[in-house]
Design a protein around this ligand. Structure first.
Ligand code: FAD
Length: 300
């Protein structure tokens, strides 16, 4: 039996593993997709204290190496639920079960889809949710990015390195991302801003060939040619597996405050998966530390 099982190996989960292992606890870290979490999709991180600039995947690799050196056990297994037997909790995965004394849920968030007809069929055939992963496929082409936050701005800048033209489509008249990113986007002549506009439909049979956008002020529609469409309209939590275990808010985030304690004794929530105002690496790392130390105190 492990002392602590951590679900999700993003910044929060790996920081929790770091603190728990350094506190002398046996830790099993379970990850369903890729060790590192969301940040591996970011080409450049410039706001983590003391690190000038680093790629998201290097940031994640460094953290993974740090916890591996401390003896944290890691497994690539999707968690499907947790049985809370009081002092013994059982984490159930697609491949088996793991008993432990405390659980830290750090499952982060997933991308949101536009919800348009054909979007699912065209995913991987022009529609993408990750510019860093798929951007290079569109070298020399024309692409569109949808969204108005930091991710959309970063994606547009990233894609402008490869593509001859990038449309940045946002439903409002101004961006809600960082001013520095907004200025950088406005300074690129390969990026064309399509503001006050929403994507109305996706064009193309087997492969995306264009998108139709509607101006929300004038109601005019126009078709833009696009080999690729990068959707960056935010994220949603993925906590359905824990809905019977802990209380979730109306949007599906685990209800836990700064102490990372959930409605269930010995079950903690850290990082983007919990109710909070700011979802960033710094806050995920802070949660990881808080949750791990709280779990250690709970175990005694
Ligand atoms: C493109 C992009 C750029 C960003 N840039 C920045 C930046 O410059 N600076 C910054 O501070 N932040 C940035 N962020 C935000 C930052 O990445 C997140 O706030 C941070 O990664 C949250 O960490 P987390 O550990 O809570 O969640 P995540 O990183 O989402 O990790 C959660 C992990 O849990 C796993 N998981 C989910 N469900 C299960 C399950 N059932 N079983 C097992 N594993 C599961 C997931 O696969 C994932 O690996 C960016 C995000 C994106 C997408």
């Amino acid at each position: 039996m492990h002392d602590i099982v951590i679900i999700g190996a993003g910044c929060a989960g790996m920081t929790a593993a770091l603190y728990a292992a350094r506190a002398g606890r046996s830790v099993l870290l379970l990850e369903s997709e890729n060790f590192g979490g969301q940040i591996t999709f970011s080409p450049r991180v410039e706001n983590f204290p003391s690190i000038g600039a680093i790629s998201g995947s290097e940031f994640a690799d460094n953290l993974f190496e740090q916890i591996s050196a401390l003896g944290v056990e890691t497994e690539l297994e999707r968690v499907t639920g947790v049985r809370d037997g009081g002092t013994v909790k059982t984490v159930v995965t697609e491949d088996g079960e793991h008993d432990c004394k405390a659980v830290i849920i750090a499952t982060g968030v997933r991308h949101r889809a536009l919800g348009l007809p054909g979007e699912e069929e065209l995913t991987g055939k022009g529609v993408s949710y990750c510019a860093v992963c798929d951007g290079a496929f569109y070298k020399g082409g024309t692409v569109a990015v949808v969204g108005g936050g930091n991710t959309a701005l970063q994606d547009a800048l990233f894609l402008s390195q490869y593509c001859k033209k990038v449309y940045l489509i946002h439903r409002r008249g101004s961006f809600r991302g960082e001013e520095q990113l907004v200025s950088a986007v406005k300074g690129k002549d390969t990026i064309e801003l399509v503001l006050d506009s929403v994507v109305e439909s996706l064009e193309g049979g087997g492969m995306l060939t264009g998108i139709t956008v509607r101006n929300t002020v004038s109601s005019e529609t126009k078709e833009l040619p696009a080999d690729g469409l990068f959707v960056a309209i935010g994220q949603k939590p993925d906590n359905d597996a824990f809905s019977e275990l802990v209380s979730l808010d109306a949007d599906g985030f685990i209800i836990a405050s700064e102490d990372c304690k959930t409605s269930a004794e010995g079950i903690f929530a850290a990082g983007d998966c919990r109710t909070k105002e700011v979802r960033q690496l710094t806050t995920a790392a802070a949660d990881g530390a808080v949750a791990a130390l709280a779990a250690c105190r709970y175990i005694g």
